[in-house]
Ligand binder design. Structure first.
Ligand code: ADP
Ligand code: MG
Length: 789
């Protein structure tokens, strides 16, 4: 950031023979100007009693040549523009005070040329002095009259007639005027031609369009773009020099304006006061909103006023006593502007295209560097390019094998590959999720809770209670089906699940049963085959109590595995945890025994695997130590000088022993590693068995539970003989369809004997499924009706 600077404010007094010596006095430093008004004159144009004013500015130019004015006011601003700082020089003051004379000067007399031609000259001279830079110069000339924009260079043959009116456009690069012609000038002369063209147009317009030129703002802009020929070619600087000849600042009442003139004066007064507001706001660091858009003048100059640019205000005043009121007002404006601070900053830009080219070069170089590194490190086959489909597919397959356990590890090759591995993990996982859902859907009827049509159909069929829960739904989330023995209101999903687990473990403790299949291993709530409802959360304890009472009056013979000896059915089913303990001793005893056995084998294998891992680690440590000792021996040998005998290296005994030891360790390591792999495979297999057993145990339990407590015995009897239908079961496919073997046969038959060939498979599959669904619903209705009776 640049250092803060004040707006530079100068005053230029128009030479006159009638200078008001008694009223206007200059300070010795040529920077201050004092105004004194005689008492009798004061009345009428100054509304207070004050008679003396003192203005401190950056310079008072009295009887100053055009040359001196340029040196004082403009030279530095123009010079800095070539270093990338925007600059704005404005002439302010009442009509006829010399603004145009100062800015443009007289076109007839070279000596009297103003700031515009001099600035152009300086720019071209400086370009000549800087052969290290490629600098381009462009110019535009804009006139703002009654809030309309005019291009003073539109008459040039290269500029086509403008179709749409000009507009002020803002973009990240700054403000520009859409439709305003900007002309590239490679030499001073061309630039002057443009300037004159604009001046001529300004004068012509004032005649033909009846425009009063003193009532328009004119902005001549020089655009500079400098690229260094020696340094970085992607960075370059741009700047703008705005040379502004403002409209006359005289106030309305004095000019006695009417009609068109009144309109002009209103616009001028407004735009000049907006200009002042904008500049003052810019100088106020606490302000974050600057009212630029209030008028065309400030909007067009948005990136050239205050802020990060060099700004100079030159106030033109008359020296005559008759103009003192306007003079005073102009000086007030100047002194207010002088207080405004700006923070000039270089406009540095980046050439995106060149930057890309340079980065490409850099990238190619780095790739070569990497290739050298790889070849030095014997990593010759590493490819750093983005992966193609085949490589990605290979990684996907690696990830799958890794997840299945058939691949032990995925070798790390480079960053890109690591990222792709993670990416593929995500892909495989999400696919698996979908597969699981699909499998579930194939096996169970899932009803979307938002599918109201389906829900109402199920309600109609009597499979769902009025609260929207499936009959028999245990915790408000399942989709099991069955019959409700009492009104069950499920609690919140997670809570009831937790309660259930607690219930399970409490009951296990109370019964004194030390089950290896604790709540940790078995989660009833995830069993999709449940038929029973859960109780209200608050009722769980009561339920346990009730069950205890029941069992005290009618004790359950725990050790009676035969169904015939089953005690009479209780009116209220026992809680599942209690029932589960019974089940394990009864019908589930065999499967529970297998489950426990498998678990203990699994635990034993896990223990062995962990021991083997520890041993492997110990061997690895030993190997490292031996290697280190060997290296030490080797370096010792190298230091002491080597012995060779007929081309064979002679080593001492110690080193020889170390080599032998290392060899032995490596062998051990390999053996143990092989063991570990075998163990891991076994563990995986055992885990699978345990999971299967657990699943089976739960499923059988649910069937048993439903058979024991819910499904009327007469239905059970009628369904049992010779049928594969097990009414207590929930898996829909098994209730409604053929047994699994029959199903297979049927599918095979379908494939081979379909009348329309294999293309019709899906059609027939859908038909069969629909029929199955209907059969299923019928069966369930039957159960319900039977139960209600
Ligand atoms: P403005 O643009 O402020 O309305 P002009 O620059 O057109 O005023 O000046 C009005 C007249 O005064 C012009 O004829 C101009 O040549 C003359 N004039 C203004 N300032 C000076 C000066 N410093 N020296 C000589 N003539 C001047
Ligand atoms: Mg003028």
């Amino acid at each position: 950031m640049g250092t803060r600077k004040k707006v530079h404010a100068f005053v230029r007094v128009k030479p006159t023979d009638d200078f008001a010596h008694e009223m206007i006095k200059y300070g010795d430093d040529n920077k201050s100007i004092d105004i004194h008004i005689k008492k009798d004159l004061q009345k009428g144009f100054v509304n207070n009693k004050q008679t003396d004013w003192s203005f401190k500015l950056d310079g008072v130019l009295h009887n100053a040549s055009q040359d001196l004015v340029y040196e004082t006011v403009a030279k530095d601003v123009v010079a800095q523009a070539l270093d990338g700082y925007n600059g704005t020089i404005m002439c302010y003051g009442q009509t006829g005070a010399g603004k145009t004379y100062t800015m443009t000067g007289t076109t007839e007399n070279y000596k009297h040329r103003g700031i515009l031609p001099r600035a152009l000259q300086q720019v071209f001279r400086m370009i000549e002095e800087r052969p290290t830079h490629a600098i381009t110069v462009r110019v535009s000339y804009l006139e703002i009259y009654n809030e309309s924009l005019f291009d003073l260079l539109s008459t040039l043959p290269c500029v086509g007639p403008s179709v749409t009116p000009m507009t002020i456009v803002e973009n990240p690069q700054g403000v520009f005027i859409k439709g305003l012609s900007v002309h590239l000038t490679s030499q001073e002369e061309d630039a002057f031609s443009l300037l004159f063209e604009g001046e001529t147009n300004r004068i012509i317009a004032s005649h033909t369009m009846n425009k009063n030129s003193s009532r328009s703002h004119c902005i001549f802009t020089i655009y500079v773009e400098a690229h260094s020929r020696t340094l970085s070619d992607e960075k370059y600087i741009t700047s703008k020099i705005n040379l502004v000849d403002l409209a006359g600042s005289e106030r309305l009442k004095k000019s006695g304006s009417e009609g068109r003139v009144l309109k002009e004066a209103t616009y001028i007064n407004k735009s000049l006061s907006f200009l002042e507001q904008a500049i003052i706001a810019l100088g106020d660091q606490k302000r974050d909103h600057i009212p630029f858009r209030q008028c065309k003048l400030t909007h067009a100059l948005k990136d050239s006023l205050g802020g990060n640019c060099n700004m100079v205000l030159l106030t033109n005043i008359y020296g005559e006593a008759s103009q003192l009121e306007e003079t005073l007002s102009s000086l007030r404006f100047a002194s207010r502007m002088k207080l405004v601070t700006t923070e000039p900053a270089i406009n540095e830009k980046y050439d995106a295209e060149r930057m890309v080219k340079n980065l490409e070069k850099e990238l190619a170089l780095l790739k070569q560097e990497l290739a050298i590194h790889d070849s030095l490190a014997n990593r010759t086959l590493v490819n750093y390019d983005p992966m193609d489909e085949i490589q990605i597919a290979e990684i996907n397959s690696q990830v799958r094998r890794y997840l299945e356990g058939t691949l032990d590890e995925i070798d790390i090759i480079n960053l890109r590959q690591i990222q792709e591995v993670f990416n593929q993990f995500r892909v495989v996982l999400s696919q698996q999720e979908q597969e699981v859902e699909l499998t579930l859907r194939r096996k169970y009827t899932l009803i979307d809770k938002n599918d109201f049509a389906a829900i109402s159909a199920v309600q109609k069929a009597g499979l769902m209670d009025v609260d929207g829960h499936l009959v028999g739904e245990p915790d408000g989330q399942g989709f099991g089906l069955g019959v409700t023995p009492f009104s069950a209101k499920p609690g919140k999903k997670a809570k009831s699940k937790k309660m259930f687990k607690e219930q399970l473990s409490t009951s296990a403790r109370k019964e004194g049963a030390s089950s290896p299949v604790g709540g940790k291993d078995l989660d009833f709530s995830t069993s999709k085959t449940q038929l029973t409802p859960s109780s209200k959360e608050g009722d769980v304890k009561d339920m346990l109590m009730r069950d205890r009472e029941t069992s005290s009056t009618e004790p359950l013979p725990l050790d009676s595995p035969k169904e015939e000896l089953r005690p009479p059915r209780p009116s209220t089913p026992p809680p599942k945890p209690v029932a589960f303990e019974d089940f394990k001793n009864e019908r589930g005893s065999e499967i529970n025994r297998i489950f426990k056995e498998n678990k203990s084998i699994l635990n034993e294998r896990r223990k062995r695997a962990s021991e083997t891992t520890q041993r492997i680690n110990a061997i690895k440590r030993e190997m490292d130590m031996t290697k280190e000792a060997l290296n030490f021996q080797k370096s010792l040998r190298e230091k002491q000088g080597e012995y060779e005998n007929k081309g064979l290296m002679i080593i001492d005994e110690e080193e020889f022993l170390l080599i032998l030891k290392l060899k032995d360790l490596k062998k051990q390591y390999r053996t143990e590693y092989q063991d570990l792999r075998d163990l891991k495979a076994e563990i995986q297999y055992c885990q699978h068995l345990v999971d299967q057993c657990r699943h089976r145990l739960l499923m059988e339990f649910d069937i048993w539970y439903n058979e024991s407590f819910f499904i009327p015995e007469d239905i059970q009897v009628s369904l049992k003989p010779g049928s594969s239908i097990r009414p207590g079961m929930v898996p829909i496919s098994r209730i409604v369809s053929l047994g699994e073997d029959d199903q297979d046969k049927f599918s095979q038959l379908q494939q081979t004997e379909l009348p329309e060939g294999p293309d019709s498979i899906s059609f027939y599959n859908a038909k069969v499924k629909t029929e199955q669904k209907h059969n299923y619903l019928k069966t369930m209705m039957g159960f319900q009706q039977a139960h209600r009776k």
